[in-house]
Write a protein that binds this ligand. Structure first.
Ligand code: DC
Length: 233
């Protein structure tokens, strides 16, 4: 197959990152978690005490930062911020709830989009985010929009945090997710929107494997099981 880009956009908690990671592995291509890039910049701003509301300061910080996504066979995606592995640190509640500042700043988005395009021009990849099908890769060969009912997305986040042994304030989590949905959909630049040519997948009643299987089949025209060494189902 010649080089190709798969875009998976959708709201928080729809399962995009997990689906994109597993699908990338199955297709043997890179995984690009674009949310991680906005998160890494936010982490740096928080650490340095940069005012997140100051678009100019945030843009300057983005220009001085090197955010890298490292795909190594058999390993989780590593997010490097100026060479430091911040894969865990960018998942904190503080970063999660403050990333909308970077995401709403047009000049920051411009820098991130350019970098994402460089990565996409280099190799085949599966990327997940909010604006990949609409802004970053409008010409992508395969576009998906992954959605799920609000209650189901909340429950998945709750389960995820509990599985990590973290205490969960369910009411606050629901409010945070609703606020993120609103901000993602209403920002002036790069809002969350399904590209006209993206296939909508409603994962409300599907598990991760079923979603991956649906995308894999759409892309390759094959069942996942066809890839067994014996070539049989
Ligand atoms: O997918 P995520 O939860 O890791 O994304 C973190 C934040 O970054 C979220 O508030 C939306 C924003 N984001 C964005 O604006 N554009 C993208 N392509 C990816 C994420």
């Amino acid at each position: 197959m010649p080089d190709f880009v798969v875009t998976i956009d959708g709201p928080a908690g729809a399962g995009k990152s997990t689906v994109a990671r597993v699908l990338a592995r199955q297709l043997g291509v890179a995984f690009m978690d674009t949310g991680a890039m906005y998160r890494a910049l936010t982490l740096k701003a928080l650490r340095q005490g940069v005012d997140l509301k100051d678009a100019q300061a945030l843009t300057a910080l983005a220009g001085m930062s090197v955010i890298d996504l490292v795909n190594e066979p058999g390993q989780q995606l590593k997010v490097l911020l100026d060479g430091e592995d911040v894969s865990e640190a960018i998942r904190s509640l503080d970063v999660t709830n403050n990333t909308f500042y970077a995401a709403r700043t047009p000049e920051v988005r411009h820098i991130m989009v350019e970098w994402q395009r460089v990565l996409g021009a280099r190799r085949s990849l599966v990327g997940d985010g909010r604006d990949l099908g609409t802004v970053v890769f409008p010409q992508a060969k395969y576009k998906f929009y992954l959605d799920a009912d609000f209650d189901v997305r909340c429950q998945r986040r709750i389960d995820e945090l509990k599985a990590k042994g973290q205490a969960v304030d369910e009411k606050a989590l629901r409010e945070d997710l609703a606020a993120r949905d609103h901000r993602d959909m209403t920002r002036a630049v790069g809002p969350l929107r399904r590209a006209d040519d993206a296939l909508l997948i409603d994962s409300t009643h599907m598990n991760i494997d079923q979603v991956v299987e649906a995308l894999y089949r759409r892309i390759t025209g094959k069942q996942e099981a066809d890839r067994s060494p014996a070539g049989r189902v």
